[in-house]
Design a protein around this ligand. Sequence first.
Ligand code: TLP
Length: 350
Amino acid sequence: MTSAIDLRSDTVTLPSPEMRDAMYQAELGDDVFGEDPTVTALQELAAQRTGQEAALFVTSGTQGNLVAALTHTRRGDEVICGDQCHVLLYEVAGCSALGGLQLRPVPSHRGELDLAAIRATIRGENVHYPRTGLVTIENTHNRHSGAIVDVDSMRALVSLSHGAGVPVHVDGARIFNAAVARGVSVAALMAGADSITFCLSKGLGCPVGSVLCGSRDFIALARKYRKMLGAGMRQVGVLAAAGLYALNHMIDRLAEDHENARRLALGIAGIPGLFVDPEAIDTNIVIFGVQGGTPAAERFRADVANAGVKTGPPGADGRIRVVTHYGIDSGHTDRALAVFARCAPLAPVR
Ligand code: TLP
């Protein structure tokens, strides 16, 4: 029996033998004392890659985004974000529950935030109003099928926000996918934004961890908030070593994931009863519709799972997400497409 093809997320990747070896060999120390040389090396490299002064190793993307929000704002502030973004939909309302922050969603199109809506949403001075403390943007955008927010668009957003004295945080969980797909540096994609979280535990193949990057002062304060959240970690170089390995060896190969995602999207577009626009696939996420809406999508998902292909559950809009990653090659992609064709609602023989 062949093993399942897991397209649920790029979070399911396992560390390669070389990455495990780097973890085994890592030089360690107590990072709460700032004495873990491997963590320090990872943070320095992450800062350099993102064009920031400093960086902080955090446990997850969710924690990185929360620490960023706590560091940029004060209780009672508003945070402007996209209406489909991860911070708003999938981070357990941490900003509100733990930061006393109010999230103000604005419409987003393929990851780009509507600038007119942001202009209208940033608060002026009025006794009734909270302060606008932060604008946050996601790049690449998960719910918009891994869409890339390009440099020009980022520049316009940063200029508008900074013009109003509001900092910008980038949820760059998959920013290296954007950088590789566009052939530009992450530093260029930042376009002057104030901070970024990127994930090591997605396409880069690490077992755990994300990095928050920003100015030296910002990261000094962020370190305190990370400690407050209970994530002052000790000999954590054993995990940072995987991150260092990933930044040095796992970035260029993301292009393969993008090719496989495109191959999946082109295949899905040719299957009667499934719907996707392959032209809309920028990176490694494909979100597609199933004729018959949510009930048909649930049936389809169960059928393909029985045939050995794992996909995400249908979202609120009834569409299904598949994500390519280090554990998926073109052979897996073609096998998955054959299963999709057999299980699609309009398949000739079921
Ligand atoms: N996304 C996960 C799930 O939570 C949905 C996934 O499988 O895609 N920002 C973005 C854009 C993300 O997609 C995610 C994870 C995070 C932040 C949070 O990262 P973690 O899982 O490390 O907390």
